[in-house]
Write a protein that binds this ligand. Structure first.
Ligand SMILES: [Zn+2]
Ligand SMILES: [Zn+2]
Length: 226
């Protein structure tokens, strides 16, 4: 087994995604950090956390958003993947509405080993972070808004890292990780209408989208999602 260092050039990252080498976790982390979105997420999380720490005075409402965001994450990512990333273009009169995130996700399905489309699209990430910065302080007390933003941005980072790692040839022994990685590979290579979770398979199990593999037909459109 050879370990492939990813720090030589960004080009090497896509090599590792496509090759059957056995990268270490550190190799994968370096590859992940070649993209801008992990840095943007880390900066947003750090800035919000710093602002919250500076304000001090911890309150009970600091706990609720953290617990809620973590508990809802399996369902949040399931719903976004199902209804946003796999949404179809709709025609309203002369206008065709086709979400940018959905178009980028189709690109990800066409070539699951391509580096760029694995990540949250930059424009959508900036839009989501910007919306959080504007809306949260309008609807929540400032301290709670900052905690909520920190937790949501950190969770986006967990999602981004997990999704990237699943698409590398890295194979950890941890059983839970192997299970979610298997589910995501089935989503990409068997049927795009099942196995919608990325960091967790809980929503799939509860909502019936993780049946036994043999019960799901291979989809003709798993690469050419419409
Ligand atoms: Zn994927
Ligand atoms: Zn998908």
């Amino acid at each position: 087994m050879t370990s492939v260092p990813l720090d030589r050039a960004a080009r090497r990252v896509s090599d590792v995604l496509r090759d059957e080498h056995d990268p270490t976790l550190a190799d994968c982390l370096q590859g992940w950090l070649h993209h801008s979105t992990p840095w943007i997420i880390a900066t947003a999380t750090g800035a919000a956390l710093g602002a919250r720490l500076a304000l001090g005075k911890w309150v009970r409402t600091d706990v609720a958003p953290v617990v809620a965001i973590a508990a809802l994450q399996p369902f949040t990512e399931w719903a976004i993947h199902t209804y946003v990333l796999h949404s179809r273009a709709v025609r309203v009169g002369p206008i065709v509405i086709d979400l940018h995130a959905a178009r980028e996700h189709r690109r990800h399905h066409r070539d699951p080993k391509a580096f760029e489309p694995i990540f949250i699209p930059l424009a959508d990430l900036v839009l989501a972070l910007g919306a959080g910065i504007v809306v949260l302080p309008l609807v929540l007390p400032l301290r709670t808004a900052l905690t909520t933003f920190t937790a949501a941005a950190a969770m986006a980072g967990v999602y981004e890292w997990t999704h990237f790692l699943i698409h590398t040839p890295y194979r950890p022994r941890h059983r839970r990780y192997r299970r979610i990685a298997r589910g995501h590979r089935l989503h990409h290579y068997r049927n795009e209408r099942y196995w919608m979770g990325v960091t967790s398979g809980l929503a799939d199990r509860l909502l019936g989208t993780a049946p036994p593999r043999s019960h799901v037909a291979v989809s003709d459109t798993v690469r050419t999602v419409v």
